[in-house]
Design a protein around this ligand. Sequence first.
Ligand code: DGJ
Length: 723
Amino acid sequence: MILYDKQNRAFVLGGKNYSYIMHVNDCGFLQNLHYGSKTEIGDLGYLISHIGSKYAPVKSDLNMDCLFDVMPSECGSYGRGDFREPTVVIERADGASMSRLRYASHKITNGVYNIPGLPHARSGGQTLEITLKDDFSPVEVVLKYTVWDEYDVLSRATEIRNAGKESVKLNKAFSFCAELPEADYKMLRLHGSWAMERMPEWNSVAHGVARIQSLRGASSHQMNPLTVLFDGEPSERTGECYGFMLVYSGSFAITAEKTYFGYTRVQGGINDIGFRWELGGGESFYTPQALLCYSEQGMGELSRAYSDFLRERIIDPTFVKKRRPIVINNWEATYFDFDTEKLKSIFDAAAPLGIDTFVLDDGWFGKRDGDTSGLGDWFVNEKKLKGGLKAVAEHCGKRGLKLGLWFEPEMISEDSDLYRAHPDWAVGKLGQEPVRSRNQLALDFTRKDVVDYIFGVMSDVIKNNGISYVKWDMNRPVTEFYSNTLSAERQGEFAHRYILGVYSLAERLTAAFPDLFMEGCAGGGGRFDAGMLYYFPQFWTSDDTDAFQRALIQWGTSVVYPVSAMSCHVSVCPNHQTGRTTPLSTRGNIASLGAFGYELDLTKLSDEEKRDIKRQILDYKRIDALVLNGDLYRLIDPFGDKWFAEMIVSKDKTEAYVVGERLRGVPNDITRRIKLDGLDPDRNYTVEESGVTASGKSLMRIGLVLPSLADYESFAWHLKAVK
Ligand code: DGJ
């Protein structure tokens, strides 16, 4: 709901459980009055006179500096007495960068707004666009908001229009600016590294600026592009919190600046370090979208709100609720060492187990027997695969399996035909020694000819071999932010243009192959973000498949992303990343909290393991609808406890699935109980495994006794409402 109150020049935006209220104050500045708990429309007068006036600049004297610095602003500007970090910085031909942005007009429309070339919420809602004009230049800043009555998420983005004739330079163009009231906030970082993605870390927001960012050309393993500010001690079930998530996969920054008045400005978008965008007369620049989310009931509610929103408005509706293929991937089974005969033996072993799709990973193309060569040569390696991919597809088909294929579209090996033909297609200044990572270079995706070429070769492979599934990997960061085709003035546009190139390829592939299922990957989960989820319904969560470490990674990922977006495989033991041995059943239970598959050599399984895997797949097919559609409740936090436990509850609350893993045994905990969550208190439920029947209320308030398990053993309970 969006209302405009003409008399007060106020905008009242509201979703399921929140209000977001702004007004144009006497001086023409767009001021935030409230973001948080749902308010009554009748409270507008009080908000303006009691709350707003305290922070507004002095009426009719626009040059008094004293209050710009504390005014809760919807777009922080630079150089006019607001000494906090600005949202946009616009440099004009005369070199001056100060602006004074004031309200000019607004428009309210039904539906979402479009952001050319960038992923964004797809449908529904109501949109408000407020145009602010700069008093000192012909630039207009359009702030865009979409709200949906049924969600606690609102979207924001900024368009910067140069209505003049001369070019201006954007030195910073963040997507949103939100001002939160005085509180003792804790700030969340989902930090990490390869094989240890999205580890939650909470810190107090102190005075000054806290900044999270990536400068890697990708959202990165190291820092996910989002934060949450929690009022007080973070808790799953109670408390007020605000989420700020970017629908963006490139170098980003999010800052939280606590002012001397005690409240906090949170803003974010494209990383401004190294960023500089030449905006010609009559042109517009569009920032990525940000998704803001408010919860009055702790982190659990925030996660579920984000999860619903991403599933229903960001991820491709063609796939999001469709049963996911159960995959066998050959990476950990063979690495680069395979041929058609080996693959055939994997198909033979996979078929009787109930697996749907075989995904042929790295190594099927060019001269690719290791990671030093071949990237960019997307032509089948017939030495390894006699008869080519056609033969592989045929063998797959005979065994009732579909064929998936790995690509790393953005990369090039120096030892490749593509590099020999086009050395200037690699990122970095020609003739200047590049930084190598995993022995490879990144392709210059700012160039249309490069993206066109990759689209062409990928399309041919997909079309000619009946590929139904693509795993799009990306195994190194971008290090040289330089293109051989951009002019000197435009090199600062490189990082953003690179990711626009990535999106354009993803967009073209999804449009050309509407039935093709695509999984994202970036050396594991190094680009697991809402931007990527727009194109890929699921993302490879991490290269770490160890059932202990994976529980932590999936917990951290679930803080904001739906479980259905997490691609999770059962792999072999000892685990290739950690060396740990865990029971096959636990590896299965942990992987079942996501899009399920296998990543091991099926030809080496014992008969007992084959039987177990067959059973696991049947079990997964009983709960996959819950994974796709249900609500996640995190029950025991593995970061602070000796157990891990999560449960998924169906939307109608008739069914639930609980998974727990004992991480570290301690004596005398045989009476420990686990309190369930999300059930209907007034219904009775039966736990299939134990036969226990109790009311939802008791299961949530009194709980169930945890089973006696050894380290890394686990349980899975299926609950059904009693009719
Ligand atoms: C990194 C991915 O995360 C792995 O699953 C695998 O695809 C390798 N790359 C292949 O190089």
